[in-house]
Design a protein around this ligand. Structure first.
Ligand SMILES: [Zn+2]
Length: 281
């Protein structure tokens, strides 16, 4: 089972950087969201494919037509939080308000129940496992925030599986978890189905990786396809390389992978789900 998903945010929604961390600074940046989302919707249309779009509440507030356009094209809308802050840096009440505000604006715009979520930067880790309780209490049924390997933000290397499973929260709620799937190279686990690895790995190798795994969870952003976007000032050379290299090839690469695999959005009923109890993590 392979899932195609997008995190709908603008090019300046880059985590952990002083120039972009505070939402009050975002209005000064040129918006590229129309162009980036347009590229994604065209690609999906071309392949007659429906996916899940985790949208920021902030994007819904500033560009409501974007959410309506995605919804009108028949895609599944989930939330990616309101203000794109790292979940493990928020108090529980801040986290709950941000999540519930995002759900409200997205459901007001689409008239639909918002039941799917991905935390910014996969920022669920050992210190904020309570977030699963909050998700369940706010109506989230599908979560895709678990990154079962080490990473710069978040990451839950102790999560026992990189396959679809059922998270039993501390308070006993159940959430369908669709974690990022991993591959291994020289004993190191890595995620190839989005972000820097997807852009940097050669097409032949990606094709092999996608084909070799039965379950794949992808994550793409509008900025992954927008070669004309400005560059965030003050990024380290490493982050520049990670964020901007080979953007031009992304659309054709993804098109090629889409042709070779069968993808869906998140609403799949016949998943076999092993339970993962949060208290044991
Ligand atoms: Zn994000």
């Amino acid at each position: 089972m392979k899932f195609i998903t997008f995190d709908i945010e603008d090019w300046f929604h880059i985590l952990d950087h002083p120039e972009t961390a505070n939402p009050s600074s975002w209005d000064k940046f040129e918006s590229r969201i129309d162009h980036g989302v347009g590229l994604i919707l065209d690609l999906m249309d071309k392949h007659d494919l429906k996916g899940t779009f985790f949208c920021l509440g902030w994007i819904a507030e500033k560009h409501p037509h974007i959410i309506k356009r995605i919804d009108a094209a028949g895609h599944h809308i989930g939330t990616h939080s309101y203000y794109h802050q790292l979940a493990y840096e928020q108090r529980e009440d801040e986290y709950r308000k941000d999540l519930s505000d995002s759900i409200k604006i997205l459901s007001d715009l689409t008239g639909k129940t918002i039941d799917a979520y991905r935390a910014p930067g996969f920022s669920i880790k050992e210190s904020n496992l309570w977030a699963f309780d909050v998700m369940a209490e706010e109506g989230i049924k599908y979560d895709s925030s678990v990154f079962p390997a080490n990473r710069a933000h978040g990451g839950l290397p102790q999560f026992k599986t990189d396959q679809p499973c059922k998270v039993i929260t501390k308070k006993g709620y159940e959430i369908i978890e669709l974690p990022m799937n991993t591959a291994s190279l020289l004993g190191q686990k890595f995620v190839f189905s989005g972000g820097g690895y997807f852009r940097l790995l050669p097409k032949w190798y990606l094709k092999k990786l996608f084909k070799s795994q039965e379950y794949v969870m992808t994550y793409f952003h509008p900025r992954d396809f927008d070669a004309g976007q400005p560059m965030i000032p003050g990024l380290s050379r490493f982050r520049k390389f990670k964020s901007y290299t080979r953007i031009k090839n992304s659309s054709s690469k993804l098109g090629c992978i889409i042709k070779q695999n069968t993808f869906n959005g998140l609403k799949i009923a016949d998943l076999t789900l092993i339970p993962i109890n949060v208290v044991n993590l």
